[in-house]
Write a protein that binds this ligand. Structure first.
Ligand code: SF4
Length: 463
């Protein structure tokens, strides 16, 4: 019993967070940076921070994640890290030859008050950034926000600092910007497949496919072939529209594109589940005049067929979910649509809209649902709720495995981080094919438990 001290009585806590359902901002900033082609992320802070960010991503993606650090010492911790960062940019461009360095701050450099914009300008003025190379930066102190806001800040930095402003009377380019939000490389690949199937020209960033799911070729490539190029990101300022998928991960970048380049945007949910994918395709269709092709409609039909066939295993199942707001909102809607009951939901990522949006999704259909985000919306609270009244299924990152084992509850790993399983980098959960994947995973663990618990006379081959 790992969690034997968890009690069913929910004590009112004012200050303490136990096992938070989030991680730190720079982890997200580093993940977003890896979605630029030829980019070396750089952590402006101590070596320990950078080691943590890199190892989090390496353990989740099972890929080597390279990054620089400003390697703060006692001196830079007191007097500021300007000298370290200018030197680091010089070293990185000289030794590792990236196209781009994406710098994010950390708790320490933010507390000192280092101004990344000013330091990067100084490095450029002093000739430390070679001609044709780029530096992008984002402020990501980790005493506020979460890995999701860190991801959003770096995406907003890309839009604000790199997007080209169109000429006054220029017609927009016939392309749509897709801001995919924090999803897996497999999801980014799937979104691109959907866009190509629709036949809609697009620019997508960040794009970690072919970076964090790069194939084994026998040769180490420091900069894999994937990632959005600087030219593509620049051209996003000239596009005719932006679709921001997930308010938490993508809306800040869409707003920057609107403010700087007047590219109109729509914020949609992540296309997880049937309805959210329908909305994504309908909006694409509406802004481009392109009909949804038969092949995508057929994928939708196959997902519906699976839901119908397996309804007796899904109906009424109580589910506990934790993770990132954009994923939780879309996933809760999907589960409620297929007659499951998402009853407990926590996210450590703050944001005022979460409670209202979740109320809109679940208020009528699962009135008993409890949900909370921000401070103290942690795994301890989740476990207390489960102790009060149990659930049939857990869905979230690897940190749920302790509850799963202690209380013998089937568990589907989704979200970030997943340290103890594979598959998330390769199989998408977005789109209709993603819905089929989620269904397969849920049904697999639910039916495994049914098999395990069945007395011999009820143990069936055909279920
Ligand atoms: S929380 Fe702050 S100090 Fe800790 S690893 Fe993240 S940036 Fe560094």
């Amino acid at each position: 019993m790992f969690l034997k001290h968890t009690t069913a009585e929910v004590a009112d806590r004012k200050a303490l967070t136990v096992n938070p359902a989030k991680t730190c901002q720079p982890v997200g900033a580093m993940y977003a940076s890896l979605g630029i082609h030829g980019c070396l992320p750089h952590s402006h802070g101590s070596q320990g921070c950078c080691a943590y960010h890199r190892s989090s991503l390496t353990r989740h993606y099972k890929e080597p994640v390279m990054a620089g650090t400003s390697s703060f010492t006692e001196g830079s911790s007191v007097f500021g890290g300007q000298g370290n960062l200018v030197q680091a940019l010089n070293n990185m461009f000289t030794v590792y030859k990236p196209d781009v360095v994406a710098v994010h701050s950390t708790c320490l450099s933010e507390t000192i008050g280092d101004d990344l914009g000013q330091i990067v300008k100084k490095a450029i003025d002093e000739g430390k950034v070679p001609e044709g190379k780029t530096v992008v930066y984002a402020s990501t102190p980790s005493y506020i926000g979460s890995h999701v806001t860190g991801f959003a800040n770096m995406c907003a930095g890309m839009a604000k600092q790199l997007a080209e402003v169109p000429a006054e009377d220029a017609a927009p380019l016939d392309q749509v910007n897709i801001l995919p939000g924090w999803v897996e490389p497999s999801d980014m690949r799937e979104i691109k497949r959907i866009m190509k199937t629709m036949g809609v020209p697009f620019v997508m960033y960040p794009d970690t496919s072919d970076v964090l799911d790069a194939p084994m070729t026998g040769h180490h490539e420091f900069y894999p072939k994937g990632g959005a190029t600087i030219e593509e990101i620049k051209s996003s300022g000239l596009s005719k529209a932006t679709l921001a998928l997930g308010a938490w991960g993508s809306e800040a970048a869409a707003q920057e594109l609107w403010k700087k380049c007047r590219v109109p945007y729509e914020t949609l949910d992540l296309p997880i589940g049937i309805k959210a994918t329908d909305r994504f395709l309908s909006k694409l269709s509406e802004i481009t005049g392109t009909p949804v092709p038969e092949s995508l409609t057929a994928e939708r039909g196959r997902a519906l067929d699976m839901i119908t066939d397996m309804q007796n295993y899904l109906y009424g199942k109580r589910v506990a979910l934790w993770g990132d707001p954009d994923q939780l909102l879309a996933l809760s809607e999907f589960l409620a649509d297929i007659d499951m009951k998402p009853v407990y939901i926590v996210s450590g990522t703050p944001g005022k809209k979460f409670m209202k949006k979740m109320e809109g999704i679940l208020g009528d259909v699962v009135p008993e649902a409890k949900f909370k985000n921000g401070e103290r919306a942690d795994m301890f609270l989740m476990h207390q709720w489960i102790k009060e009244e149990g659930v049939d299924l857990l869905m979230g990152n690897s940190y749920g495995k302790y509850i799963s084992r202690d209380d013998d509850i089937p568990f589907v790993r989704m979200g970030f981080p997943i340290y103890d399983r594979v598959g998330h980098s390769y199989f998408p959960t977005v789109g209709y094919m993603g819905a089929i994947r989620i269904l397969e995973k849920m049904l697999g663990v639910i039916m495994d438990k049914q098999d395990r618990d069945a007395p011999e006379e009820k143990f069936e081959l055909v279920m």
